[in-house]
Design a protein around this ligand. Structure first.
Ligand SMILES: NC(=O)c1ccc[n+]([C@@H]2O[C@H](COP(=O)([O-])OP(=O)(O)OC[C@H]3O[C@@H](n4cnc5c(N)ncnc54)[C@H](O)[C@@H]3O)[C@@H](O)[C@H]2O)c1
Length: 401
């Protein structure tokens, strides 16, 4: 099948790498630099090997493009564009809108259009379908389906092949075609009764994580006040074989999903007049963690950070990825600067952030570990400053959450 994937980022390129083993894939993206790089066989996404992209190019099964005309005769179109929040934390569907414009105007024959971008229930039926139809110059009738993406970038044990995938078509024909496409590279497909159930399930999965992370972050503060180890307590609770799932305390949540998706659910709830109190409070607790961490570091260091040198170690939002979107490190740095500290950061995976290069490990009076990548030597991190505060729970010999 000829498959067009709109957006060649974390989700779209990951799908492209799997689908191009059996299909002819066109990777459509409006980032010219990435498209040029992809066409030379270089991947910009962790977990997608350059060798796989280069191999697919050499067999004629992959090409990246910025040209709408290359979508022309695609049989399957997958939407994998960002769905962030606006400044006032409302769903921003502008990328979906522009993807629909390209799809509507680019397709020249009937196709199955599958949305993988995360959004609120009703997005496929009430937003994507009408938009594609609006922009379709030839008024072609397409099929529509949703199959929310569950990829966890950097993770190898669960991937496109073995992670169960939800899906639902707007019509039975769309569902059948969706199953046919995804079963070519995914082992476990689960059909649900409507696109809205699949859209809501994706939002609830990430809300579940957001709320549980907030709960354990709050508990870490309670445990510290009680003078007990949060990590030992969590390990103890985790010996219960049922009814408990362990989450770890941290500097907060980051990335494109956990800090964003629950707000899509809250937005829908507000529209229906239903309170989403857990989501709102969980968001607040997670966003307050950097302040709590800086206050702990401050109190351990004579009650003031004025003029002290502090290195923030690991600025990616999670280990082994270079993704700094919504990273809690940003708030930690902002709070340290507000306390008058001289702040530097070190991250061998991120390397460059906002035009600043990562500094060498060490050389500061204080270090705060926000993210510990596998390539970092924990013992060197533990001795990188006279005082080290670990938020990851991975360096037992220093102070931390
Ligand atoms: N990253 C994850 O771990 C993850 C997991 C599950 C679901 N999701 C969801 O998948 C969607 C995509 O996320 P991502 O992480 O891949 O984002 P990303 O930012 O890594 O990639 C998106 C790509 O889309 C391109 N793009 C934007 N607008 C476009 C347009 N109109 N036409 C063509 N290309 C366009 C961008 O240039 C970028 O390369 C989001 O809805 C996200 O919430 C992400």
């Amino acid at each position: 099948m000829k498959v067009a994937i709109i957006g060649q980022g974390y989700v779209g390129l990951t799908i492209a790498a799997f689908a191009s083993k059996n299909h002819q894939v066109v990777g459509f993206d409006n980032n010219v630099e990435n498209v040029v790089r992809l066409n030379t066989g270089i991947s910009h996404i962790e977990g997608v090997e350059s060798a796989d992209i280069a191999a697919a190019i050499s067999t004629g099964n992959y090409v990246a493009t910025t040209e709408v005309k290359d979508l022309a005769d695609a049989e399957i179109v997958v939407i994998a564009v960002p769905t962030p929040l606006t400044k006032d934390r409302k769903p921003d569907l502008s990328y979906i809108d522009s993807a629909c414009r390209s799809i509507g105007s680019g397709l020249t024959s009937p196709a199955l259009i599958v949305n993988e971008s995360t959004s609120f229930p009703g997005t496929l039926r009430d937003y994507i379908k009408p938009l594609v139809e609006k922009y379709s110059t030839d008024k072609i009738e397409h099929l529509y389906a949703i199959s929310p993406e569950r990829v966890d970038p950097g993770r190898t044990d669960w991937n496109q092949k073995n992670t169960p995938r939800l899906y639902a078509g707007l019509t039975p024909k769309a569902s059948i075609k969706t199953r046919e496409f995804y079963s070519s590279f995914c082992d476990n497909l689960i059909e649900v009764s409507s696109p809205e159930v699949a859209e809501a399930a994706k939002l609830f999965e990430n809300t579940f994580r957001q709320v549980n992370i907030a709960l354990v972050n709050e508990f870490s503060q309670i445990a510290h006040a009680l003078g007990i180890s949060v990590h030992e307590t969590l390990e103890a609770a985790n010996t219960k074989p049922y009814g408990f799932m362990k989450f770890n305390p941290s500097a907060g949540v980051g990335g494109h999903c956990i800090p964003v998706d629950p707000s899509y659910l809250a937005y829908m709830a507000a529209g229906k007049g239903v309170p989403a109190t857990f989501i709102e409070r969980a968001n607040e607790v997670n966003l307050e963690m950097p302040k709590y961490i800086v206050s702990r570091v401050k109190s351990d260091n004579g009650g003031s950070l004025q003029g002290k040198s502090v290195q923030v170690i690991g600025v990616a939002y999670k280990p082994n990825v270079a993704d700094v979107r919504e990273t809690p490190a940003e708030l930690v740095i902002a709070d340290l600067l507000a306390e008058g500290a001289n702040v530097s950061w070190h991250d061998p995976v991120v390397e460059s952030w906002r035009g600043v290069e990562s500094s060498e490990l060490g050389g500061s009076e204080i270090a705060i570990v926000v993210t510990l990548h596998d390539v970092m030597d924990a013992s060197k991190v533990a001795t990188s400053a006279p005082y080290v505060f670990d938020t990851t729970g991975k360096i037992s010999e220093v102070r931390g959450l």
